[in-house]
Design a protein around this ligand. Structure first.
Ligand SMILES: [Zn+2]
Length: 164
């Protein structure tokens, strides 16, 4: 698996819904999970970041110091935010933009409808850092990057030396 890096135009593509769960989707998702865990300090990944333009995201904030609410490993197919409220500004980073971090404003609380790997429809409500990570990954499915959400690039975008 290789990560697409900004400014690769493919990062701007919109991902398609998963219509059918098959072995290929399951195998890909397993690989994507392993890839995420190999990147220490990284709390989430979306399928399009490795060049597969389908609505699959994986988030696990359980080992991050900013975590408050936590639901462990979350693998979501076709995630859709159905409710949101509040506001939270956080420093974000992205495997596809390794040289920068930025302050991004997002909803504090969200409710997501999604499909599990065994085809069940589920709803998850969460808040804080986990909600932020999920919003970041869902953005990737629409071709949106965190830098797009920074209002003032001069004030809120930062160069970093190492990815951690
Ligand atoms: Zn990202």
């Amino acid at each position: 698996m290789r990560i697409l890096l900004f400014p690769d135009e493919k990062l701007r593509l919109k991902s398609k819904k998963i219509e059918k769960l098959n072995d290929d989707v399951l195998k890909f998702t397993e690989n994507l999970k392993n890839f995420l865990y190999k990147n220490k300090g990284c709390v989430g990944i979306a399928a399009p970041q490795v060049g597969r333009f389908e609505k699959i995201i994986i988030v696990d904030v359980s080992r991050h110091k900013k975590t408050t609410e936590c639901n462990g490993l979350l693998i979501m197919l076709n995630p859709e935010i159905v409710e949101r409220s509040g506001k939270s500004i956080n420093r974000e980073g992205c495997l596809s933009i390794p040289d920068y971090t930025g302050n991004v404003a997002r909803s504090f609380y969200i409710k997501i409808k999604y499909l599990t790997l065994d085809g069940q429809e589920k709803t998850l409500a969460t808040s804080g850092f986990e909600a932020v990570a999920l919003q970041h990954e869902i953005d990737h499915l629409d071709g949106i990057l965190f830098i797009d959400r920074i209002v003032d690039l001069k004030r809120d975008l930062f160069k970093r030396k190492i990815y951690q």
